[in-house]
Design a binder for this molecule. Structure first.
Ligand SMILES: Cc1ncc(COP(=O)(O)O)c(C=O)c1O
Length: 423
């Protein structure tokens, strides 16, 4: 094993549980501080610096083409050079503060977030570090289909599901039962607000989830991936507004919480490709968090090298804007009104012979279960006869109300009901 990996592993072994939680790849990875990057860092500020792999102008600063530069108001230095594999330090510090502010129940020390190239990439890097071929990943049966490619195709994981709902609420018993099966290490993936259902547990259900995980951590190593892509988009009272990370980050020394979040949906910057990976564990020290950050940055270095610098700089600027909070409130208000419009249609019109909604209270989506019609036929009929597109997700139809004008909501559901009759 590379001595730099061994160094990081020794740091992680000082924590009672962290080291055995890593995958084989996770154990071997390190950030190559002593290679090109380290030598470049040592030469910083030298009059003649022939180290970095980018072109420099005679007068200093990165070379750039004016036709590209003229499109962006930021200084060239914040746009054209590579960002660190860890991400911009100032952005990482800002995001850490934002996590703390948005999750008031989070009282413990957490790692400095490492920047990934979008949540998909963050999830993939979590897979790299913690998932071995044949490992099971436990998650509710309604999940974002891309988890198959991210974890099963790329890392040979086996997705094991439990029913998301029991009656009208979160099925904490289902989670408990999966956790109680034999095995010394369990990997769990939670995604709230959920894609595709648009469900977030209530505050009581969140407590049950945390208890189930804490209970399992008494006798097993538990790694929990928290896909917080839709964080903040909650529309009903009584529904949990904080990430489970707030409680799991300091829950038990056998439980590592891995928060994957970012600007994609939270800040309406889908194409920026910026997300964060943040760790929390009971008894986590600065040394153990740094080792986890180094391993994460190493995995990123060997994968996409680093995430878009211009996107990181744009986000950082945006977060410090005096109108940022107000603009976010306004965007949330628009989505909430669309959510309310769905609720209103479902309350005022009786579609019970055509479909029934699954529980939903947050996020971008809601799902309907068709009574008799075949979902694929209904989807096709909607396209052909009603100028309307929805997603068939297994035996459900997924409706992205976040993408539909409030005024169009009654027509959308009317079209679905008609297509159900005709399909
Ligand atoms: C649950 C969930 N996680 C992650 C993502 C992907 O985020 P990103 O575009 O940042 O990769 C999505 C996007 O649809 C999602 O629904």
């Amino acid at each position: 094993m590379n001595p730099q990996a061994e160094e990081l592993n020794s740091a992680l072994k000082k924590h009672p549980s962290l080291f055995p939680m890593l995958s084989e790849k996770g154990k071997e990875i390190y950030f190559p501080k002593k290679g090109i990057l380290g030598q470049t860092a040592e030469a910083k500020g030298k009059r003649i610096n022939a180290t970095i792999g980018s072109a420099v102008r005679d007068e200093g600063g990165p070379m750039f083409l004016q036709s590209i530069k003229s499109l962006v108001q930021l200084p060239a230095q914040d746009v054209f050079p590579y960002a660190p594999s860890y991400g911009r330090k100032d952005l990482r510090e800002t995001w850490q503060k934002m996590i703390v502010k948005k999750n008031p129940s989070l009282k413990t020390a957490i790692s400095l977030p490492v920047v990934a190239a979008g949540l998909t990439h963050g999830l993939s890097m979590a897979g790299y570090l913690f998932v071995d071929s044949g490992d099971e990943i436990i998650l509710p049966d309604r999940f974002w289909g891309n988890y198959n490619l991210i974890f099963e195709n790329a890392y040979g994981a086996k997705i094991t599901t439990f029913p998301l709902f029991s009656d009208e609420g979160f099925n904490a018993e289902g989670l408990r039962s999966c956790l109680s099966k034999p095995g010394e290490k369990k990997i769990v993936l939670l995604n709230f607000p959920n894609n595709p259902t648009g469900y977030t547990p209530t505050k009581e259900e969140r407590q049950e989830i945390v208890s189930a995980l804490k209970e399992a951590a008494q006798s097993k190593k538990i790694v929990v991936f928290l896909d917080d892509a839709y964080f903040g988009l909650v529309y009903e009272n009584g529904v949990e507004t904080e990430s489970p990370f707030a409680w799991l980050a300091d829950c038990h020394e056998n439980l590592l919480a891995v928060k994957i979040d970012g600007g994609t949906k939270e800040d309406y910057t889908w194409g920026f490709r910026i997300a964060f990976i943040t760790y929390g564990i009971h008894k986590g020290t600065a040394e153990s968090y740094t080792a986890l950050e180094d391993k994460t940055a190493g995995a990123i270095r060997g994968n996409v090298s680093n995430a878009s610098h211009v996107s990181q700089s744009l986000l950082l600027k945006g977060y410090s804007s005096p109108t940022y909070e107000q603009e976010k409130k306004e965007a949330h208000g628009i989505l909430k009104r669309r959510y309310d419009a769905v609720r209103k249609v479902l309350k005022e019109r009786d579609y019970s012979d055509a479909f029934a909604p699954l529980p939903f209270n947050s996020g971008y989506f809601m799902c309907i279960q068709l009574k008799k019609a075949d979902p694929e036929k209904v989807r096709k009929r909607l396209l052909e006869a009603y100028d309307t597109g929805v997603i068939k997700d297994g035996n459900l139809l997924r409706v992205c109300f976040a993408a539909v004008r409030e005024a169009d909501m009654p027509t959308l559901f009317e079209n679905i009901a008609k297509a159900c009759k005709e399909a």
